[in-house]
Design a binder for this molecule. Structure first.
Ligand code: 0RA
Length: 676
């Protein structure tokens, strides 16, 4: 198992060459090269880098308990019970191995021999990078009976030599760091981001306990007094993940609100040709397929060789059990499939637009062999499961044929052909898609306001009424029968299904503008699901956006300001200012202005705060100023960052588990967007 772990991805440079030469200054000069960005994603990369080292100790069988703590002042602390970073003095450099690891790029492999291999990552360049980008780092090591400490400041400068400060019966490493605010514009960590990333990691390393504690609002934390912070027994938010079943637990988790069509979850873990392959799957009673793939514990959003091998073996295995004459297609066997594929390789190659695709060719054959053999055996040994699976896929095949026939007939009747733009659509004047924008708004009233407020040269408006169809469970033929969806598809211009053509997209910005309430959140999610399932290239191409209308209008005398969050409102007027439910009437407003001008009194101007519940509450001018004007509005581009998470949200919202869906919508209704 230890050998099968891969070295880090080579990335833009060769890891072994540069080792001791490059200083941390290079990292500070070009942080993007090492962590991608200095935005939120890069900031969180620091946590992943430190965590990955501990996780790799766990994967080598040397640790099973990692604790990640968010401390006050944006500090983070990661503790593990691994072997501890070696602290002996290196004969050449005359400094401790610990110091070398913390202050030299790519020092990892040089010190641990076989044991210290780091998983491949786009930016997986280790603790020294975190050190370079922090104002303060403290490394504490327990090993060989001792407790050792070294601290660094200002981007990795050692404050003193590695010191033994006591004896210890424990073994492991504790790294505490504080990101440098001159590098990261925002150094505040996001609890949900950290929790969901580490949850995923816990699934990928079975038997590893990962706890996360949020002490950011705790006053007194003596984080140097204990090994694990949990020993302080502080009253603070925390979660612990531990999955004995690994990927099998992940499949069970993803299917928890769905209806499995066979009880036993398939699972295999085996190494061939230096590639370690782990696959788990279970079919459920619906039509979408949710396959997630990882390479060296990194989520590969765009799939790659491992997925190709998996699909080939799956189609072949199922067809070999298929007695029903006609063979199933690759798409048939994917319907209703929840699967997780995870491979680990020594040398790893990523490709694709966002480097989210595994390119290593050996992963294909290894996955095909390991999964194919095991899945054949599974079908052989579990005839009941095999029967259910084949039955379900036979249905999928029949449904595919029926849907095709229905679609062909719809096409012939010209449902999408002919391109009669829907009457509801207020189109823009320009025919140049690259400058055209489509606002999808909720209801005719908001639609009317948006039509009046827009720049009609480049902005089109399509009002959607009521709840659009629940597409998770609906087939293409049924969907096209819905007037709402038909309007949208015709407006987009791309058609749908087999004849989808991105080049025909009529607007390069498709902007979902729904209300900031529960219904709005629901409609937005329905639209996102539709786009996600049937217009993926539109999402991948970066053409889909979510409008961010303000939540409040604040008047201070004659001045008007808009607040897009509660925090902004409080910043503008303070916490205690009451929120008016009714709009101040035009008459009152006018009267007040005159009064102020004539008296010229120095008294504080009248302040009022109005809450916008929907776009319909704004007049056309307000809507233009705050939400539509390209110069002033805020748009959130929809990206597919975390498919596993996104899939969960969709399943939660669209699946059959109504109570879960309801409570999810209610608890998330206030969020500006649902991240997909
Ligand atoms: C180098 C060599 C060895 C372990 C480690 C580094 C190590 C690094 C980190 C970072 C966080 N936790 C860690 N745990 C271990 C192996 C030393 C040996 O052979 O005992």
């Amino acid at each position: 198992m230890a050998e099968s772990k891969a070295k880090r991805a080579a990335g833009a440079y060769d890891a072994s060459d540069i080792t001791v030469l490059e200083g941390l200054e290079a990292v500070r000069r070009r942080p993007g090269m090492y962590i991608g960005t200095t935005g939120t994603s890069g900031l969180h990369h620091l946590v992943w880098e430190i965590f990955d080292n501990s996780r790799d100790e766990a994967m080598g069988g040397f640790a099973d308990d990692v604790e990640v703590v968010l401390l006050p002042n944006n500090r983070v602390r990661v503790a593990d019970n691994g072997r501890g970073i070696p602290t002996d003095i290196h004969p050449k450099t005359k400094v401790s191995a610990l110091e070398t690891i913390m202050t030299t790029l790519h020092a990892g492999g040089k010190f641990g021999g076989e044991g210290y291999k780091v998983s491949g990552g786009l930016h997986g360049v280790g603790a020294s990078v975190v050190n370079a980008l922090s104002t303060h780092v403290r490394a504490e090591v327990h090993r060989d009976g001792g407790q050792f400490v070294q601290e660094y400041k200002d981007g990795g400068k050692a404050i003193a030599k590695t010191k033994k400060i006591g004896s210890s019966k424990l073994h492991g490493t504790i790294i505490t760091f504080k990101p440098d605010p001159t590098i990261f514009p925002d150094t505040s960590f996001n609890w949900d981001t950290i929790v969901s990333h580490l949850r995923q990691q816990a699934y990928l390393v079975k038997g590893l306990r990962i706890s996360i504690i949020d002490l950011r609002n705790t006053e007194k934390v003596n984080d140097e007094d204990v090994y694990y912070i949990r020993e302080l027994k502080l009253d603070a938010p925390s979660v612990t993940f531990y999955f004995e079943g690994g990927l099998r637990s992940l499949v069970a988790f993803q299917n928890r609100h769905l209806e499995p069509i066979h009880k036993k979850i398939f699972y295999v873990e085996k190494e061939v040709d230096d590639v370690q392959v782990e696959v788990s799957l279970q079919y459920v009673d619906d039509i979408t397929s949710r396959i997630s793939a990882f390479a060296n514990n990194i989520y590969t959003a765009e799939g790659g060789t491992h997925i190709t091998g998996f699909k080939t073996a799956l189609t072949r295995a199922i067809n070999s059990k298929n007695s029903a004459g006609e063979s199933f297609t690759g798409d048939d066997v994917l319907e209703g499939l929840t699967a997780v594929v995870s491979v680990k390789l020594r040398e790893i190659q990523f490709e694709g637009q966002t480097k989210g695709k595994l390119g290593s060719v050996e992963a294909r054959g290894a996955t095909e062999t390991v999964f194919g053999e095991a899945f054949n055996m599974f079908l052989e040994e579990n005839p009941e499961e095999a029967r259910s699976i084949i039955g379900k896929i036979t249905l999928a095949m029949k449904a595919r044929k029926a849907a095709k026939a229905a679609k062909d007939s719809i096409m012939r009747k010209g449902a999408l052909d002919g391109m009669t733009l829907p009457g509801k659509l207020a189109d823009c004047q320009t025919k140049d898609a690259s400058e055209s924008e489509l606002f999808i708004v909720e209801g005719d009233s908001a639609g009317g306001t948006a039509k009046m407020g827009r720049d009609r040269r480049i902005q089109a408006v399509l009002p959607l009424r009521g709840k659009i169809l629940n597409i998770e469970r609906a087939r293409l033929d049924k969907m096209l029968a819905s007037e709402q969806i038909k309007n949208l598809v015709v407006a987009l211009g791309t058609a749908i299904g087999d004849i989808f053509n991105l080049e025909k997209l009529r607007y390069h910005k498709i902007i979902i503008a729904t209300d900031a309430d529960v219904d709005g959140a629901h409609i937005r999610t329905l639209l996102l699901t539709l786009m996600y399932r049937h217009f993926r290239p539109v999402v991948d191409g970066g053409f889909l956006y979510i409008a961010q209308p303000p939540l409040f209008k604040v008047r201070k005398g004659k001045e008007v300001a808009y607040a897009y969050t509660d925090e902004e409102r409080i910043k503008l007027v303070g916490k205690d200012m009451p929120i008016e439910s009714e709009e101040v009437s035009e008459g009152e407003e006018g009267a007040e202005e005159i009064e102020e001008e004539t008296t010229k009194a120095k008294r504080t101007p009248k302040i009022s705060v109005q809450r916008y519940k929907g776009l319909g509450e704004m007049n056309s001018e307000e809507l233009w100023e705050t939400t539509m004007d390209p110069a002033r509005r805020i748009l959130k581009q929809v990206t597919i960052e975390d498919m596993v998470e996104a899939d969960m949200v969709f399943d939660m919202l669209m699946g059959t588990d109504v109570p879960a869906r309801k409570s999810f919508i209610q608890s998330h209704a206030k969020e500006a967007t649902i991240d997909v």
